[in-house]
Design a protein around this ligand. Structure first.
Ligand SMILES: NC(=O)c1ccc[n+]([C@@H]2O[C@H](COP(=O)([O-])OP(=O)(O)OC[C@H]3O[C@@H](n4cnc5c(N)ncnc54)[C@H](OP(=O)(O)O)[C@@H]3O)[C@@H](O)[C@H]2O)c1
Length: 257
């Protein structure tokens, strides 16, 4: 390509439409921005429409309100779409760090609703358009919490194990169809809101990352997502586990100072 300038039509995402859920912050926002730069038409969904609209305006995408836990909201969102080639099921989160002995059932239900059922709702609703695409992609943002368990993490690890099983099952069920099923499992990612939502305070959230020289940032995960989606369509990256160098395993985090 040296010496040849790329026009938008040459970009890997040209002519393709990507839906990104939870695009109002963190990994979802970085993914929407990166996919727009790769030439995709990006549809951004989340509950906070003000943030979504500001980002969509900046990157040339389309912002639509979406609550993945609400069937009516999902139906209204899908009704606005007539082409979808890529679905990035990113909306999610963790809402407590309690041992099972002190389990808060509302927090468990919330974690399952947004991470697991939310992904099922969007996937089910968009499968007809993904089939019509002829080259569809369903990408799940899982977590290393979906690979192993850790103390105090069960409401989230159980939900992300559910996302992992969902991705694996869908891949089996769609094997005869031109739809890839991809799972990205990040380790520690420093985003503005994730750990605050989980721990309930900025101070406790800061402690999660204390002394870790370079946690992943949202753009690192967006880079992985974009890479999997821009491979030739016969190449299905089933599962991509990505962690910061300072995190050799879930319980093995190098902290300085
Ligand atoms: N940060 C990490 O260390 C890490 C590691 C591994 C995996 N992950 C996963 O990566 C994904 C993104 O995490 P993040 O760190 O970027 O967190 P974040 O900054 O808290 O972003 C979560 C996004 O999900 C949206 N969301 C939450 N509930 C929603 C609902 N009911 N309907 C629609 N959207 C909803 C939020 O937008 P609204 O509030 O505007 O709706 C927000 O845009 C999650 O699935 C998370 O589990 C994160």
């Amino acid at each position: 390509m040296s010496g040849v300038s790329r026009t938008p039509a040459d970009l890997p995402g040209s002519g393709r439409t990507a839906v990104v859920t939870g695009a109002s912050s963190g990994i979802g926002a970085a993914t929407a921005e990166r996919l727009a730069a790769e030439g995709f038409d990006v549809v951004l969904g989340a509950r906070r429409l003000d943030r979504l609209t500001a980002l969509a305006d900046r990157i040339g995408g389309r912002a639509l309100p979406l609550d993945v836990t609400d069937a009516d909201s999902v139906a209204a969102f899908v009704a606005e779409l007539d082409q979808v080639d890529v679905l990035v099921n990113n909306a999610g989160g963790a809402f407590d760090a309690k041992p099972v002995a002190d389990a808060d059932l509302d927090s468990w239900a919330r974690a399952f609703d947004v991470n697991v059922l939310g992904s099922v709702r969007l996937t089910k609703a968009l499968l007809p358009l993904l089939r019509a695409s002829g080259a569809g992609d369903v990408l799940f943002v899982g977590s290393t919490a979906g690979m192993v368990s850790y103390e105090g993490g069960a409401s989230y690890t159980a939900a992300k194990h559910g996302v992992h099983t969902l991705a694996g099952t869908l891949r089996l069920e769609l094997v005869a169809e031109p739809i890839r099923v991809i799972e990205i499992a990040p380790g520690m990612v420093r985003t503005d809101e994730f750990a605050v939502n989980r721990t309930g305070s900025e101070e406790a959230a800061a402690a999660v990352y204390r002394g870790v020289r370079e946690p992943l940032v949202a753009e690192d995960v967006a880079d992985c997502i974009a890479w999997t989606l821009t491979r030739p369509h016969h190449v299905n990256v089933d599962l991509l586990v990505v962690r910061p160098r300072a995190q050799a395993a879930q319980h093995k985090v190098h902290r300085e100072g």
